[in-house]
Design a binder for this molecule. Structure first.
Ligand code: URA
Length: 441
Protein backbone atom coordinates (compact mmCIF):
# COMPACT_ATOMS: atom_id res chain seq x y z
CA UNK A 1 0.00 0.00 0.00
CA UNK A 2 1.38 3.45 -0.84
CA UNK A 3 0.26 6.91 0.17
CA UNK A 4 0.25 7.92 -3.50
CA UNK A 5 -2.38 5.24 -4.30
CA UNK A 6 -4.50 6.42 -1.38
CA UNK A 7 -4.34 10.02 -2.61
CA UNK A 8 -5.22 8.95 -6.17
CA UNK A 9 -8.15 6.82 -4.97
CA UNK A 10 -9.65 9.78 -3.12
CA UNK A 11 -8.80 12.22 -5.90
CA UNK A 12 -10.86 10.07 -8.33
CA UNK A 13 -13.75 9.88 -5.86
CA UNK A 14 -13.26 6.26 -4.77
CA UNK A 15 -13.96 5.11 -1.23
CA UNK A 16 -10.96 4.38 0.99
CA UNK A 17 -10.79 0.98 2.66
CA UNK A 18 -10.42 0.67 6.43
CA UNK A 19 -6.84 -0.55 5.85
CA UNK A 20 -6.00 2.52 3.78
CA UNK A 21 -7.37 4.86 6.47
CA UNK A 22 -5.47 2.95 9.17
CA UNK A 23 -2.25 3.22 7.12
CA UNK A 24 -2.79 6.97 6.69
CA UNK A 25 -3.48 7.74 10.37
CA UNK A 26 -0.59 5.57 11.55
CA UNK A 27 1.79 7.25 9.10
CA UNK A 28 0.61 10.73 10.15
CA UNK A 29 1.10 9.88 13.83
CA UNK A 30 4.55 8.31 13.51
CA UNK A 31 5.73 10.97 11.06
CA UNK A 32 6.45 8.62 8.14
CA UNK A 33 4.05 10.37 5.77
CA UNK A 34 5.38 13.74 4.63
CA UNK A 35 3.21 16.82 5.13
CA UNK A 36 2.81 17.37 1.37
CA UNK A 37 1.16 13.97 0.91
CA UNK A 38 -1.00 14.40 3.99
CA UNK A 39 -2.11 17.83 2.75
CA UNK A 40 -2.87 16.43 -0.67
CA UNK A 41 -5.11 13.71 0.76
CA UNK A 42 -6.81 16.25 3.05
CA UNK A 43 -7.66 18.39 0.01
CA UNK A 44 -8.98 15.34 -1.87
CA UNK A 45 -11.22 14.56 1.14
CA UNK A 46 -12.47 18.17 1.18
CA UNK A 47 -13.35 17.92 -2.52
CA UNK A 48 -14.71 14.36 -2.72
CA UNK A 49 -15.99 13.73 0.82
CA UNK A 50 -16.21 10.51 2.80
CA UNK A 51 -19.08 8.17 3.49
CA UNK A 52 -20.28 7.16 6.96
CA UNK A 53 -17.99 4.11 7.18
CA UNK A 54 -14.90 6.03 6.09
CA UNK A 55 -15.67 8.86 8.55
CA UNK A 56 -16.21 6.43 11.42
CA UNK A 57 -13.00 4.53 10.66
CA UNK A 58 -11.05 7.79 10.42
CA UNK A 59 -12.46 8.91 13.78
CA UNK A 60 -11.74 5.65 15.58
CA UNK A 61 -8.21 5.47 14.17
CA UNK A 62 -7.52 9.07 15.26
CA UNK A 63 -8.95 8.31 18.69
CA UNK A 64 -6.67 5.23 18.93
CA UNK A 65 -3.59 7.23 17.86
CA UNK A 66 -2.83 8.17 21.48
CA UNK A 67 -3.83 7.69 25.10
CA UNK A 68 -7.43 7.53 26.25
CA UNK A 69 -8.80 9.01 29.43
CA UNK A 70 -10.41 6.70 31.92
CA UNK A 71 -13.04 8.73 33.78
CA UNK A 72 -14.34 5.86 35.90
CA UNK A 73 -13.32 7.79 39.05
CA UNK A 74 -16.15 10.29 38.38
CA UNK A 75 -19.46 9.76 40.15
CA UNK A 76 -22.10 8.72 37.64
CA UNK A 77 -22.03 8.90 33.85
CA UNK A 78 -19.16 11.02 32.49
CA UNK A 79 -20.49 13.63 30.07
CA UNK A 80 -18.73 16.08 27.78
CA UNK A 81 -19.67 19.04 25.65
CA UNK A 82 -17.99 20.44 22.55
CA UNK A 83 -18.64 23.55 20.54
CA UNK A 84 -17.71 23.77 16.88
CA UNK A 85 -16.49 27.30 17.61
CA UNK A 86 -17.76 30.82 17.64
CA UNK A 87 -17.37 34.45 18.60
CA UNK A 88 -18.26 35.55 22.13
CA UNK A 89 -18.71 31.88 23.04
CA UNK A 90 -18.49 31.91 26.83
CA UNK A 91 -20.72 28.87 27.25
CA UNK A 92 -18.29 26.51 29.02
CA UNK A 93 -17.54 28.75 32.05
CA UNK A 94 -21.30 28.96 32.64
CA UNK A 95 -22.24 25.41 31.76
CA UNK A 96 -19.76 23.46 33.89
CA UNK A 97 -20.75 25.10 37.23
CA UNK A 98 -24.42 24.95 36.24
CA UNK A 99 -24.47 21.19 35.67
CA UNK A 100 -22.37 20.77 38.82
CA UNK A 101 -25.40 22.05 40.78
CA UNK A 102 -27.16 18.84 39.64
CA UNK A 103 -24.21 16.71 40.76
CA UNK A 104 -22.90 16.21 37.21
CA UNK A 105 -19.11 15.97 37.36
CA UNK A 106 -16.96 16.91 34.37
CA UNK A 107 -13.37 16.89 33.24
CA UNK A 108 -13.41 19.40 30.40
CA UNK A 109 -10.51 19.58 27.98
CA UNK A 110 -10.57 22.84 26.06
CA UNK A 111 -8.51 24.63 23.44
CA UNK A 112 -6.95 28.03 22.93
CA UNK A 113 -8.36 30.46 20.41
CA UNK A 114 -6.98 30.53 16.90
CA UNK A 115 -8.09 32.79 14.06
CA UNK A 116 -11.36 34.58 14.75
CA UNK A 117 -12.74 32.00 17.18
CA UNK A 118 -12.00 32.43 20.88
CA UNK A 119 -10.71 29.69 23.16
CA UNK A 120 -12.05 28.65 26.54
CA UNK A 121 -8.55 28.11 27.93
CA UNK A 122 -7.62 31.75 27.20
CA UNK A 123 -10.79 32.94 28.92
CA UNK A 124 -10.05 31.01 32.11
CA UNK A 125 -6.44 32.13 31.99
CA UNK A 126 -7.58 35.75 32.15
CA UNK A 127 -8.37 35.06 35.83
CA UNK A 128 -5.30 35.78 37.93
CA UNK A 129 -3.60 32.58 39.04
CA UNK A 130 -5.94 30.16 37.22
CA UNK A 131 -3.97 27.11 36.11
CA UNK A 132 -5.17 25.23 33.02
CA UNK A 133 -2.15 22.98 32.78
CA UNK A 134 -3.51 20.10 34.78
CA UNK A 135 -1.75 16.76 34.48
CA UNK A 136 -3.65 13.51 33.92
CA UNK A 137 -2.67 12.45 37.47
CA UNK A 138 -4.30 15.55 38.96
CA UNK A 139 -7.65 15.03 37.16
CA UNK A 140 -9.06 12.50 39.66
CA UNK A 141 -7.87 14.53 42.66
CA UNK A 142 -9.51 17.73 41.42
CA UNK A 143 -12.60 15.94 40.14
CA UNK A 144 -13.15 14.31 43.53
CA UNK A 145 -12.57 17.49 45.52
CA UNK A 146 -14.61 19.87 43.38
CA UNK A 147 -16.40 17.85 40.67
CA UNK A 148 -15.17 20.13 37.87
CA UNK A 149 -11.87 20.30 36.00
CA UNK A 150 -10.91 22.65 33.15
CA UNK A 151 -7.70 21.75 31.38
CA UNK A 152 -5.87 22.48 28.16
CA UNK A 153 -5.76 19.55 25.72
CA UNK A 154 -3.22 16.97 26.82
CA UNK A 155 -0.68 16.32 24.00
CA UNK A 156 -1.07 12.54 24.10
CA UNK A 157 -4.84 12.57 23.47
CA UNK A 158 -5.66 11.95 19.75
CA UNK A 159 -2.22 13.18 18.57
CA UNK A 160 -3.15 12.42 14.93
CA UNK A 161 -5.81 15.13 15.17
CA UNK A 162 -3.29 17.68 16.43
CA UNK A 163 -1.00 17.00 13.47
CA UNK A 164 -3.85 17.02 10.95
CA UNK A 165 -5.51 20.11 12.45
CA UNK A 166 -2.36 22.21 12.28
CA UNK A 167 -1.91 21.22 8.61
CA UNK A 168 -5.58 21.86 7.82
CA UNK A 169 -5.29 25.28 9.38
CA UNK A 170 -2.66 26.36 6.82
CA UNK A 171 -3.85 24.42 3.75
CA UNK A 172 -7.44 25.64 3.44
CA UNK A 173 -8.84 22.27 4.53
CA UNK A 174 -10.61 23.09 7.78
CA UNK A 175 -14.21 23.39 6.64
CA UNK A 176 -15.05 19.87 5.54
CA UNK A 177 -17.77 17.83 7.27
CA UNK A 178 -15.82 14.51 7.40
CA UNK A 179 -12.68 16.27 8.65
CA UNK A 180 -14.49 18.38 11.28
CA UNK A 181 -16.64 15.45 12.44
CA UNK A 182 -13.68 13.07 12.80
CA UNK A 183 -11.51 15.74 14.46
CA UNK A 184 -14.10 16.58 17.10
CA UNK A 185 -15.36 13.08 17.74
CA UNK A 186 -11.87 11.51 17.95
CA UNK A 187 -11.05 13.90 20.82
CA UNK A 188 -14.39 13.38 22.51
CA UNK A 189 -14.11 9.58 22.33
CA UNK A 190 -10.51 9.63 23.60
CA UNK A 191 -11.59 12.05 26.36
CA UNK A 192 -13.51 9.21 27.99
CA UNK A 193 -17.07 10.62 28.16
CA UNK A 194 -19.93 8.17 27.80
CA UNK A 195 -22.40 10.82 26.67
CA UNK A 196 -21.69 13.86 24.54
CA UNK A 197 -23.58 17.08 23.84
CA UNK A 198 -22.39 18.96 20.76
CA UNK A 199 -22.99 22.68 20.33
CA UNK A 200 -23.00 22.94 16.54
CA UNK A 201 -22.76 26.63 15.72
CA UNK A 202 -24.23 27.95 12.52
CA UNK A 203 -23.93 31.31 10.73
CA UNK A 204 -21.32 33.84 9.69
CA UNK A 205 -19.12 33.19 12.75
CA UNK A 206 -19.12 29.40 12.39
CA UNK A 207 -17.73 26.77 10.02
CA UNK A 208 -21.27 25.79 9.08
CA UNK A 209 -22.96 28.76 7.46
CA UNK A 210 -26.52 27.41 7.14
CA UNK A 211 -28.81 25.29 9.36
CA UNK A 212 -28.78 22.61 6.61
CA UNK A 213 -24.97 22.33 6.77
CA UNK A 214 -25.11 22.35 10.58
CA UNK A 215 -27.67 19.50 10.49
CA UNK A 216 -25.46 17.50 8.12
CA UNK A 217 -22.43 17.92 10.43
CA UNK A 218 -24.57 17.11 13.49
CA UNK A 219 -25.93 13.94 11.91
CA UNK A 220 -22.42 12.81 10.96
CA UNK A 221 -21.16 13.32 14.53
CA UNK A 222 -24.23 11.70 16.11
CA UNK A 223 -23.79 8.62 13.88
CA UNK A 224 -20.11 8.34 14.79
CA UNK A 225 -20.90 8.81 18.49
CA UNK A 226 -23.65 6.18 18.45
CA UNK A 227 -21.53 3.69 16.49
CA UNK A 228 -18.84 4.15 19.14
CA UNK A 229 -21.43 3.46 21.85
CA UNK A 230 -21.77 7.05 23.16
CA UNK A 231 -25.13 8.73 23.51
CA UNK A 232 -24.77 11.90 21.47
CA UNK A 233 -27.02 14.95 21.16
CA UNK A 234 -26.39 17.95 18.89
CA UNK A 235 -27.82 21.38 19.66
CA UNK A 236 -27.64 23.71 16.64
CA UNK A 237 -27.11 27.28 17.81
CA UNK A 238 -27.07 30.64 16.08
CA UNK A 239 -23.65 32.17 15.43
CA UNK A 240 -24.81 34.77 12.92
CA UNK A 241 -24.02 37.39 15.54
CA UNK A 242 -21.66 37.20 18.53
CA UNK A 243 -23.12 35.32 21.49
CA UNK A 244 -24.01 37.50 24.48
CA UNK A 245 -22.83 41.04 25.09
CA UNK A 246 -19.05 40.76 24.82
CA UNK A 247 -16.20 39.18 22.97
CA UNK A 248 -12.62 38.92 24.25
CA UNK A 249 -11.18 37.23 27.34
CA UNK A 250 -11.44 39.16 30.65
CA UNK A 251 -14.45 40.99 29.26
CA UNK A 252 -16.24 37.69 28.54
CA UNK A 253 -15.38 36.36 32.00
CA UNK A 254 -16.82 39.58 33.47
CA UNK A 255 -20.00 38.87 31.51
CA UNK A 256 -20.00 35.30 32.84
CA UNK A 257 -19.86 36.71 36.38
CA UNK A 258 -22.76 39.07 35.63
CA UNK A 259 -24.86 36.20 34.26
CA UNK A 260 -24.17 34.15 37.38
CA UNK A 261 -25.28 37.16 39.41
CA UNK A 262 -28.63 37.15 37.64
CA UNK A 263 -28.37 39.30 34.52
CA UNK A 264 -27.69 37.34 31.37
CA UNK A 265 -28.58 38.24 27.80
CA UNK A 266 -31.38 36.10 26.44
CA UNK A 267 -29.39 34.38 23.64
CA UNK A 268 -26.61 33.28 25.99
CA UNK A 269 -29.01 32.08 28.67
CA UNK A 270 -31.04 30.11 26.09
CA UNK A 271 -27.95 28.33 24.72
CA UNK A 272 -26.45 27.55 28.12
CA UNK A 273 -29.66 26.26 29.69
CA UNK A 274 -30.55 24.09 26.68
CA UNK A 275 -27.11 22.49 26.60
CA UNK A 276 -27.20 22.04 30.38
CA UNK A 277 -30.61 20.36 30.28
CA UNK A 278 -29.37 17.83 27.71
CA UNK A 279 -26.19 17.13 29.67
CA UNK A 280 -28.16 16.65 32.89
CA UNK A 281 -30.55 14.30 31.07
CA UNK A 282 -27.74 12.23 29.55
CA UNK A 283 -26.08 12.03 32.96
CA UNK A 284 -29.42 10.69 34.27
CA UNK A 285 -29.68 13.41 36.89
CA UNK A 286 -32.91 14.84 35.49
CA UNK A 287 -35.30 15.52 38.34
CA UNK A 288 -38.30 16.23 36.09
CA UNK A 289 -38.26 13.94 33.05
CA UNK A 290 -39.62 16.88 31.08
CA UNK A 291 -37.25 18.97 28.98
CA UNK A 292 -39.18 22.24 29.31
CA UNK A 293 -39.28 22.10 33.11
CA UNK A 294 -35.66 21.05 33.24
CA UNK A 295 -34.58 24.01 31.07
CA UNK A 296 -36.56 26.31 33.39
CA UNK A 297 -34.84 24.77 36.43
CA UNK A 298 -31.44 25.25 34.74
CA UNK A 299 -32.34 28.89 34.17
CA UNK A 300 -33.30 29.30 37.81
CA UNK A 301 -30.02 27.80 39.05
CA UNK A 302 -27.95 29.75 36.51
CA UNK A 303 -29.33 33.09 37.66
CA UNK A 304 -30.13 32.60 41.36
CA UNK A 305 -26.61 32.19 42.74
CA UNK A 306 -26.47 28.37 42.90
CA UNK A 307 -24.22 28.11 39.81
CA UNK A 308 -22.23 31.13 41.09
CA UNK A 309 -21.19 29.19 44.22
CA UNK A 310 -19.93 26.32 42.01
CA UNK A 311 -18.15 28.80 39.72
CA UNK A 312 -16.24 30.28 42.66
CA UNK A 313 -15.29 26.76 43.72
CA UNK A 314 -14.06 25.96 40.20
CA UNK A 315 -11.99 29.15 40.04
CA UNK A 316 -10.34 28.70 43.43
CA UNK A 317 -9.76 24.95 43.06
CA UNK A 318 -7.47 25.66 40.09
CA UNK A 319 -5.60 28.54 41.77
CA UNK A 320 -7.73 31.43 40.51
CA UNK A 321 -7.97 34.44 42.83
CA UNK A 322 -11.15 36.07 44.08
CA UNK A 323 -11.61 39.53 45.59
CA UNK A 324 -13.02 39.81 49.15
CA UNK A 325 -16.48 40.24 47.57
CA UNK A 326 -16.09 36.97 45.67
CA UNK A 327 -15.59 38.24 42.13
CA UNK A 328 -12.59 36.92 40.19
CA UNK A 329 -9.45 39.04 39.93
CA UNK A 330 -8.10 39.35 36.40
CA UNK A 331 -4.60 39.49 34.93
CA UNK A 332 -5.55 42.47 32.82
CA UNK A 333 -8.66 44.66 32.95
CA UNK A 334 -10.36 46.09 29.84
CA UNK A 335 -9.87 49.80 29.18
CA UNK A 336 -12.66 51.36 27.13
CA UNK A 337 -10.65 53.00 24.31
CA UNK A 338 -13.23 53.98 21.71
CA UNK A 339 -16.98 53.87 21.06
CA UNK A 340 -18.38 52.92 17.67
CA UNK A 341 -21.52 54.91 16.94
CA UNK A 342 -24.40 54.05 14.68
CA UNK A 343 -24.22 55.66 11.23
CA UNK A 344 -27.99 55.18 10.73
CA UNK A 345 -31.44 55.25 12.30
CA UNK A 346 -33.24 51.92 12.29
CA UNK A 347 -33.08 48.32 13.48
CA UNK A 348 -29.92 46.25 13.66
CA UNK A 349 -30.55 43.32 11.30
CA UNK A 350 -27.16 41.64 11.31
CA UNK A 351 -23.78 41.73 13.06
CA UNK A 352 -21.43 39.51 11.05
CA UNK A 353 -19.73 37.44 13.70
CA UNK A 354 -16.70 36.53 11.54
CA UNK A 355 -15.93 40.21 11.00
CA UNK A 356 -16.35 40.92 14.71
CA UNK A 357 -14.00 38.02 15.46
CA UNK A 358 -11.38 39.55 13.15
CA UNK A 359 -11.84 42.95 14.81
CA UNK A 360 -11.36 41.37 18.21
CA UNK A 361 -8.11 39.71 17.05
CA UNK A 362 -6.89 43.10 15.73
CA UNK A 363 -7.50 44.56 19.19
CA UNK A 364 -5.21 41.86 20.61
CA UNK A 365 -7.80 39.46 22.07
CA UNK A 366 -6.88 36.55 19.77
CA UNK A 367 -4.05 34.99 17.79
CA UNK A 368 -3.22 34.79 14.11
CA UNK A 369 -0.55 32.14 14.68
CA UNK A 370 -0.14 29.52 17.35
CA UNK A 371 2.13 30.85 20.10
CA UNK A 372 1.20 34.54 19.57
CA UNK A 373 0.68 36.34 22.87
CA UNK A 374 -2.68 37.94 23.57
CA UNK A 375 -3.92 40.97 25.46
CA UNK A 376 -6.35 39.51 28.01
CA UNK A 377 -7.98 42.91 28.51
CA UNK A 378 -8.76 43.43 24.81
CA UNK A 379 -12.25 42.91 23.44
CA UNK A 380 -15.55 44.38 22.38
CA UNK A 381 -18.67 45.18 24.41
CA UNK A 382 -21.92 45.32 22.39
CA UNK A 383 -24.61 47.83 23.30
CA UNK A 384 -26.77 47.07 20.26
CA UNK A 385 -27.53 43.58 19.02
CA UNK A 386 -29.74 42.17 16.26
CA UNK A 387 -33.32 43.38 16.70
CA UNK A 388 -32.39 46.49 18.70
CA UNK A 389 -33.57 49.87 17.48
CA UNK A 390 -30.88 52.54 17.28
CA UNK A 391 -30.64 56.22 16.39
CA UNK A 392 -27.77 57.74 14.44
CA UNK A 393 -24.97 58.46 16.93
CA UNK A 394 -26.04 55.81 19.49
CA UNK A 395 -23.20 53.61 20.71
CA UNK A 396 -23.20 50.26 18.93
CA UNK A 397 -20.24 48.87 20.83
CA UNK A 398 -17.08 49.86 22.65
CA UNK A 399 -13.56 48.75 21.79
CA UNK A 400 -11.22 47.81 24.62
CA UNK A 401 -7.59 47.06 25.14
CA UNK A 402 -5.90 46.05 28.37
CA UNK A 403 -5.25 48.80 30.93
CA UNK A 404 -1.54 48.21 30.55
CA UNK A 405 -1.57 47.68 26.81
CA UNK A 406 -1.53 50.29 24.09
CA UNK A 407 -3.07 50.28 20.63
CA UNK A 408 -2.27 52.80 17.90
CA UNK A 409 -5.17 55.08 17.03
CA UNK A 410 -4.79 53.92 13.42
CA UNK A 411 -5.55 50.32 14.44
CA UNK A 412 -8.54 51.49 16.49
CA UNK A 413 -9.92 53.34 13.45
CA UNK A 414 -9.39 50.27 11.24
CA UNK A 415 -11.24 48.17 13.81
CA UNK A 416 -14.03 50.75 13.96
CA UNK A 417 -14.43 50.57 10.17
CA UNK A 418 -14.51 46.78 10.26
CA UNK A 419 -17.24 46.91 12.88
CA UNK A 420 -19.26 49.37 10.84
CA UNK A 421 -19.03 46.83 7.97
CA UNK A 422 -20.23 44.05 10.28
CA UNK A 423 -23.40 45.90 11.36
CA UNK A 424 -26.38 46.02 8.97
CA UNK A 425 -29.52 48.14 9.48
CA UNK A 426 -33.07 48.33 8.10
CA UNK A 427 -36.17 50.44 8.69
CA UNK A 428 -38.19 47.43 9.82
CA UNK A 429 -37.32 44.97 12.58
CA UNK A 430 -35.81 41.62 11.49
CA UNK A 431 -37.72 38.37 11.99
CA UNK A 432 -37.22 37.39 15.64
CA UNK A 433 -34.95 34.36 15.87
CA UNK A 434 -34.01 31.85 18.49
CA UNK A 435 -30.48 31.25 19.69
CA UNK A 436 -31.25 27.50 19.68
CA UNK A 437 -32.17 26.53 16.13
CA UNK A 438 -32.64 22.77 16.48
CA UNK A 439 -31.85 19.77 18.64
CA UNK A 440 -30.92 16.42 17.05
CA UNK A 441 -30.31 13.13 18.79
N1 URA B 1 -13.05 22.01 16.12
C1 URA B 1 -12.25 20.91 16.12
O1 URA B 1 -11.86 20.42 17.17
N2 URA B 1 -11.89 20.39 14.94
C2 URA B 1 -12.30 20.89 13.76
O2 URA B 1 -11.95 20.35 12.73
C3 URA B 1 -13.12 22.03 13.77
C4 URA B 1 -13.50 22.58 14.97
Amino acid sequence: MTMLDIILDKRYGRKLSDEQIRFFVKGVTDGTIPDYQTSSLLMAIVLNGMDEREMTTLTLEMCDSGKKNDLSYLDGIPVDKHSTGGVGDKVTPLLIPLIATFGVQTVKLSGRGLGFTGGTVDKFESVEGFNVEISQDEFPVLAKSCGMVISGQTPDLAPADKILYSLRDVTGTVDSIPLIASSIMSKKLAGGAKAIVLDVTCGSGAFMKTPEEARELSQAMIRIGNLAGRRTVAVITDMDQPLGRTCGNTIEMQEVYEVLNGSGSSDLVEVVTTLAAHLVTLAQKDIYGNMEELVAECRRRLLNGEALEKYRLLITSQGGRLSPTGSPLYREYPFDAMHVNSPANGYVTRIRADVIGKASVMLGAGRLSKGDSIDYGAGICFYAKVGDRVKRGDTLCSLCHGENAKIDDEVLFDVMNLILDAYEFADTPPEPRRAVIDVLS
